[in-house]
Design a protein around this ligand. Structure first.
Ligand code: KIV
Ligand code: ZN
Length: 501
């Protein structure tokens, strides 16, 4: 009989814990909707007690997601569990995930609690969560470094009070495939009531083994894998969804009767979305989703692939929705070439959206000789996720140099009127941001600023992603242009507009 391996996606919780990857509720929802299209089974949408923003994000995802389960994380305390329940209660399939560390290191240095106390808290918290809903997952945090006998005891006790999924985390990425597989087998053989639950695993990538460890666990009886898109997460990250799913797909001879519900063709699109919204670039050599994953440089490889792709490719790029750069568009390209490329990229836009995107495409083609897929993705991104432009850039001028203080003059449209201001700054970008602050009368702190080239060539578009902090609120902005100053202004206004909207 075929058996399903549940894909529990924690991109929006553990993934988002990666330093600098914060997402707002709207962005989380956007990722969640794409995860649903991808076919994951459970979305861990956040840690509701952590902040009002995270509570709102989990609640928003819970309301909108119809096919997958939606889970909120909680420590083993009533306050955490209450918040998790309140955030997920309107989901079609709500789940609360309670965790409590069990390893000697965590017991001694983090919790300062003896084994008995840990056991009692674990049982009490699961019992408490059960009052709200049936679907409770329990994680003995740092399970991979916990004494096995104690781990069996905790696991057995929480199953007795109704936990439905037991997740075994390798919290610090300490284990290796053989040892972790053995641990799962030992849990199966030594916990008498284990057949009542799904065994899950949650691996971190500190030794680069998270996916291998997860797969080994699956071969030894785990039937849920916790993972993230692009492997993002705390420190070196979590096990990456695309690696686990595609390894099971390619190695059907080993994962014989096991399957996942993932629509593999959505993998690259999901990867791009997560990368864009978190601002975490995918390394070019990243398995499955990296820019070079299906590129062949050496003549021998190119020749082999042209003769027969399977000589050097174990996966057909189309099976993961990897788009090989096809025709390059330019200013003479017509609407037909434009729309058919959009379709190839997997986008179905309304006529109005196509019309507006086409105008932007033509504008860009006037500035840039060749338009690559990544350029199109930026246009689409702006079109689909349009933020209402309360402040809209009309024009800007800068004077800068190594012997003068940079100055900027900017005109923005606000409430139907043009408003202008001038300012100087430490550099031209700083001068522009100060000028905008004068117009908006807001004084956000710039807490992050990144600039990267979207494609290649001297006329490549620059994309700026930045983070503004204002009154304890963090807002991300993104803007792109062939002119990096303009990209910076657009990114700054994008964040400001999100704030004022
Ligand atoms: O890594 C970890 O142990 C976790 C738990 C909360 C499951 O993220
Ligand atoms: Zn984790």
């Amino acid at each position: 009989m075929d058996e399903k391996v549940v894909i529990f996606d924690t991109t929006l919780r553990d993934g988002e814990q990666a330093p600098g990857a914060a997402l707002n509720p709207q962005e989380k929802l956007e990722v969640a909707l794409q995860l649903e299209r991808l076919g994951v089974n459970i979305i861990e949408a956040g840690f509701p007690i952590a902040s009002p923003g995270d509570f709102k994000a989990v609640e928003t995802v819970a309301l909108k997601i119809k096919k997958c389960g939606v889970c909120g994380l909680a420590r083993a305390t009533r306050k955490d569990i209450d918040a998790a329940y309140q955030a997920v209660k309107k989901a079609k399939r709500p789940r609360i995930h309670v965790f409590l560390a069990t390893s000697p290191i965590h017991r001694k240095f983090k919790l300062n609690k003896a084994k008995d106390e840990i056991l009692r808290l674990a049982v009490e918290s699961v019992k408490y969560a059960k009052k709200y809903i049936n679907d409770i997952e329990f994680s003995p945090e740092d399970a991979a470094r916990t004494e096995k006998e104690f781990l069996y005891k905790v696991v057995e006790a929480v199953i007795d009070v109704g936990a439905k999924t037991i997740n075994i985390p390798d919290t610090v990425g300490f284990t290796e495939p053989q040892g972790f597989g053995e641990l799962i087998r030992d849990i199966k053989n030594n916990v008498p009531n284990i057949d009542r639950v799904v065994i899950s695993v949650h691996c971190h990538n500190d030794l680069g083994l998270a996916s291998a460890n997860s797969l080994s666990a699956v071969l030894n009886g785990a039937r849920q894998v916790e993972c993230t898109i692009n492997g993002i997460g705390e420190r070196a990250g979590n096990a990456s969804l695309e690696e686990i799913v595609m390894a099971m797909w390619v190695k059907k001879n080993i994962f014989k009767n096991l399957y996942t519900t993932i629509n593999t063709k959505e993998i690259c699109k999901t990867s791009r979305l997560v990368s864009k919204l978190t601002g975490f670039e995918v390394p070019r050599n990243k398995a499955i989703v990296g820019g070079n994953a299906f590129r062949h440089e050496s003549g021998i490889h190119q020749d082999g692939v042209l003769k027969e792709a399977s000589t050097y490719e174990i996966i057909n790029p189309e099976d993961v929705g990897f788009i090989i750069e096809g025709i390059v568009l330019g200013k003479h390209s017509g609407r037909h070439a434009f729309t058919s490329r959009l379709e190839k990229l997997g986008f179905k836009l309304s006529q109005k959206q196509i019309d507006e995107a086409f105008i932007k495409f033509k504008d860009l083609a006037d500035k840039k000789k060749e338009i690559f897929d990544d350029d199109l993705l930026i246009i689409l991104d702006e079109e689909i996720k349009k933020v209402k432009e309360i402040y809209k850039l009309q024009s800007f001028e800068i004077t800068s140099g190594n012997k003068i203080k940079p100055k900027s003059a900017i005109i923005l449209k606000f409430e139907g009127k043009n408003v202008c201001a001038e300012s100087s700054g430490d550099g031209p970008v700083d001068a522009c941001f100060r000028t905008i602050d004068k117009i908006t009368k807001l004084t956000p702190k710039l807490s992050d600023y990144k600039i990267s080239a979207v494609t290649h060539g001297k006329d490549a578009q620059g994309e700026v992603t930045l983070k503004l902090t204002i009154k304890n609120k963090e807002i991300f902005g993104r803007g792109s242009s062939t002119d990096v100053i303009e990209a910076s202004i657009k990114a700054y206004l994008n964040a400001i507009n999100k704030l004022v909207v």
